[in-house]
Write a protein that binds this ligand. Structure first.
Ligand code: IPD
Ligand code: MG
Ligand code: MG
Length: 272
């Protein structure tokens, strides 16, 4: 099932990148884009998994956008971001990933991120390590933020207060100074970069559970840590995350972040 699904998705994304990168609609804001490929890839994944595991549940980005609930219960649940980096996809900017996390009892059991244009398959299983195309991954051993590269993103929220806070945090981090700041345009790819040891840490406020479910396990299985932006335990529904190579760096980033709390992914839908 997995090989067949991988071949179909790979072909679907590559063909669409060549022939059809049109924006079909927007979601939370005018720059929160959806294409037909986002929907087609998600449907393919859900259909393939359902055939094999009819009782399992799903949290899929595009299904939630269409009104499905975003509840993470103790039931086996597949958390799917069919295209992480849709804006990249639309512009053919070459970081486009498919992200699938699988949780039981609210704990991630395995995570897969496929970075389509790099043809890199990142996989992690709880307690069994993280890999890229079968090669083991290890986070960076750097303890000093001033010798680090930090990844972050502005996401698709353009409300003035949120932007002010994001700029303020970023300004403080840049001025530490860090050696560099990077944005891959895909939360999942940023987390794979942390797991691979290429960047020391990634933080973002505004991501969703489907952006980071698989990446979270990749980071921890590669030896890294997850932390909330205020320093507590990360909550995948809270839309805030720091994924770092170690606690020292994560705690250092916490000190510089002007935090805020977007509406949670599992917040009840507003009454019509
Ligand atoms: O919409 P999408 O392309 O699946 O996911 C987005 C990307 O991961 C982006 O890098 C991040 O900044 C946003 O917060 C995500 O929502
Ligand atoms: Mg995403
Ligand atoms: Mg997406």
């Amino acid at each position: 099932m997995y090989v067949c699904m991988y071949v179909c998705i790979d072909q679907m994304v590559r063909e669409a990148l060549r022939d059809d990168r049109k924006v079909m609609m927007t979601k939370s804001s005018s720059i929160d884009l959806v294409t037909q490929t986002d929907q087609k890839v998600e449907q393919l994944i859900i259909k393939s998994v359902k055939e094999k595991f009819p009782t399992h549940r799903f949290i899929g980005e595009e299904s939630v956008a269409a009104g499905e609930p975003c509840d993470l219960t103790d039931f086996p649940t597949w958390i799917i971001d069919p295209i992480d980096g849709t804006t990249n996809f639309v512009h053919a900017f070459p970081f486009v990933a498919v992200s699938i996390g699988f949780c039981v009892n609210k704990q991630c059991e395995f995570g897969v991120v496929y970075s389509c244009l790099q043809d890199q398959m990142f996989t992690a299983r709880r307690g069994r390590g993280a890999f890229c195309n079968g090669e083991p991954l290890q986070v960076s051993t750097e303890e000093d933020i001033s010798r680090s590269i930090i990844a972050t993103e502005f996401g698709s929220n353009r409300e003035t207060e949120a932007i002010d806070r994001m700029f303020s945090s970023l300004r403080k981090i840049v001025c530490i100074p860090v050696q560099g700041v990077r944005s891959a345009g895909s939360a999942a790819v940023n987390m794979c970069l942390v797991a691979s040891g290429c960047v020391e840490a990634y933080y973002e406020i505004g991501i969703h559970v489907w952006d980071v479910a698989a990446g979270s396990l990749l980071v921890t299985e590669a030896g890294g840590v997850l932390m909330d932006v205020e320093g507590g335990v990360v909550d995948l529904m809270s839309r805030r995350i720091i994924a770092a190579n170690n606690r020292t760096l994560a705690e250092r980033i916490v000190k510089e972040i002007d935090s805020f709390s977007p509406t949670r992914d599992d917040a009840p839908l507003p009454k019509q």
